[in-house]
Design a protein around this ligand. Sequence first.
Ligand SMILES: N[C@@H](CCC(=O)N[C@@H](CS)C(=O)NCC(=O)O)C(=O)O
Length: 314
Amino acid sequence: MTGTSPLIFHHYDFSNFAEKIRLIFGLKQLEWLSVETPMYLPKPDLTALTGGYRKVPVLQIGADVYCDTAMIAAELERRFPDPSIFPGFTAGLAQAITYWAEKSLLWPTARFATGVIADDLPAKFHADRAAMWGVPMNRERYRSAAARHRLQMLAQVAKVESMLKHSGKRFLLGDEICLADFSVYHPLWFVGQCATELTKEFAPFVKLQGWMERVHSVGHGKRMESSAAIANAIAATSRPTTPLGVDLSGNEEGFSTGERVVVTPMDYGQDKVEGQLHRLTQTTISIRLTGQSSGTKNVVSFPFEGYRLKRMAL
Ligand SMILES: N[C@@H](CCC(=O)N[C@@H](CS)C(=O)NCC(=O)O)C(=O)O
């Protein structure tokens, strides 16, 4: 636990991005409260906490709310530096590999696995994802895309096998586990979550098998079940601790604290979060929510990269 404020993790078990963070809890041997969110909209408890951001996972510590796994990983590393997710020289490289894993490896992998199980997923899930991606999506489209995406996935999994084979190390960037391992692992883990028999796709990749077992064995730390009601009560009685201030060189747009801004993910699920600018650095955008009806106003943080910050029209 962190002083008096526990780590509250808003997620669902099936979420691969959440698995990345659950493993970081495992590495750092942290205790955390688990609050399950739905897999598709509406998610009234989550969006009330974040001001509108709908993706999973979200980490809450008191009235400080961290969105996106890049932000969550950075905050966990700041608060609990030992053991590090960046042992030795791995920081920049691990982040570059993360970018590849989550932009390139993940999507064919997810489309393959969800394509195979398309008929088992609820119609509401398909409708929600169609709206989120802004494309027509239905079971038929999911199913028909699976074979194509399978080959794209295997071409990329071969790269992971090659990394492990050529380095001869236990993990991707050495004998110690680092962020790169969690980021490459979570898309592959997702395949087995969709259907265990799909993991046979990885059978030809001998080094990958052992590596996946080693990453899995890190575990999830100490998980304790909780509820959105408890999480809300904690937020309402806490004060945000995120420091106030703008520290961004080249801030040519002249952003300053207190002004009304809107933050939007640049990729998908582009739900807007509005509030007052609280903190701005080269790595972080934090805003204080203004729309909450009572209690403390949460400070919600996003990674600087991949999020658009705009001044609200007066
Ligand atoms: N860039 C985000 C991506 C998170 C993401 O896409 N999560 C998926 C679940 S694995 C999601 O939220 N899907 C839509 C939903 O669950 O409503 C991150 O790193 O956290």
